[in-house]
Design a protein around this ligand. Structure first.
Ligand code: NAP
Length: 268
């Protein structure tokens, strides 16, 4: 089996990368950075985002393993390298699929499509922004405020959670729209709650100004002459290879409430 490893680059992650690579090579697996069937992300959630964006063009044939070496590691199932290697060699991993956000940006007469594992955000370059929000091509509200965040279920614990959005189990194929500091008064009015939007429904954002800051997961960049941003649940999903013993709600509890009383991650 072809595999690749992406490390956060710190000393601990690099050392684990070396162990994983040497061991799997010795077991007849082939290191293949271009066409891997399995990508092992060693680090934290930032490393998982990096791995996803490196291989998002081959989601059909590539699965991901998230190995935590500190920081939060919300996506990670593993923090014991021996157990992980044993599980890979024994093929005792299970596959789970998580939905992604698809965002089509129309700017300057061109359409560019992005996929996000966590979220897409749109903000102003300076000050507040005005954005018309349409659902399935019907006007819903006119937003004015700092910006908007469109998250996936697994990204709902990221930026979306800080914005007061709901935490969504990744078995639900939805995207969520959350407001960043909306202005609500006699002149401007928005719903004020996050909206959970199902598969096949289309969210269209029509910005009023010209240049906006867009973020797709960990990357952010300015987009000039933006006409509209269309978001939906992506057709493709990301596949993670996991151990059975670390369900999503345990992951949420461990990350945000308490490390105690939680079922262990794989191999602990
Ligand atoms: P970062 O600023 O270096 O780290 C953001 C923090 O969020 C890290 O602790 C990271 O975990 C954690 N994280 C990432 N994805 C998560 C998820 N799905 N659930 C729970 N926690 C998560 O940024 P980054 O590592 O490049 O990640 C980019 C993400 O940061 C964005 O997609 C967005 O969701 C989030 N973000 C949040 C805020 C906010 O809450 N105010 C603002 C901007 C961006 P690790 O330590 O394990 O990497």
């Amino acid at each position: 089996m072809e595999f690749a490893v992406i490390s956060r680059g710190d000393e601990v992650s690099e050392a684990k990368k070396e162990i994983v690579t040497q061991y799997l090579n010795g077991q007849g697996f082939n290191y293949n950075q271009v066409f891997p069937r399995v990508v092992i992300a060693i680090g934290g959630d930032g490393t998982v985002l990096q791995a996803f964006h490196t291989y998002k063009h081959r989601l059909e044939s590539t699965a991901f393993i998230a190995y935590n070496t500190g920081h939060l590691g919300f996506y990670s199932d593993w923090d014991n390298v021996e157990s992980l290697l044993e599980a890979i060699v024994d093929s005792s991993l299970i596959t789970v699929e998580y939905p992604l956000v698809q965002a089509e940006v129309e700017a300057d007469g061109q359409t560019v499509t992005y996929q996000a594992l966590n979220d897409v955000t749109i903000k102003g370059v300076k000050g507040s922004v005005q954005i018309d929000v349409r659902l399935n091509n019907h006007h819903f509200e006119s937003f004015k405020g700092d910006g908007l965040c469109i998250s996936s279920p697994s990204g709902s614990t990221g930026y979306n959670k800080s914005l007061g959005g709901a935490i969504v189990h990744p078995s639900l194929e939805i995207i969520q729209l959350s407001e960043m500091a909306s202005i609500n008064n006699r002149v401007y009015r928005t719903i004020g709650s996050s909206l959970v939007i199902p598969k096949h429904h289309i969210l269209t954002l029509l910005p009023k100004a010209d240049t906006y800051m867009l973020s797709v997961d960990h990357e952010s960049f300015p987009v000039e002459s933006i006409q509209q941003l269309t978001c939906s649940v992506a057709k493709e999903k990301i596949r993670f290879l996991r151990c059975r013993s670390f369900p999503f709600w345990n992951r949420v509890k461990e990350a945000f409430i308490s490390l105690n009383d939680c079922e262990p991650r794989g191999g602990r």
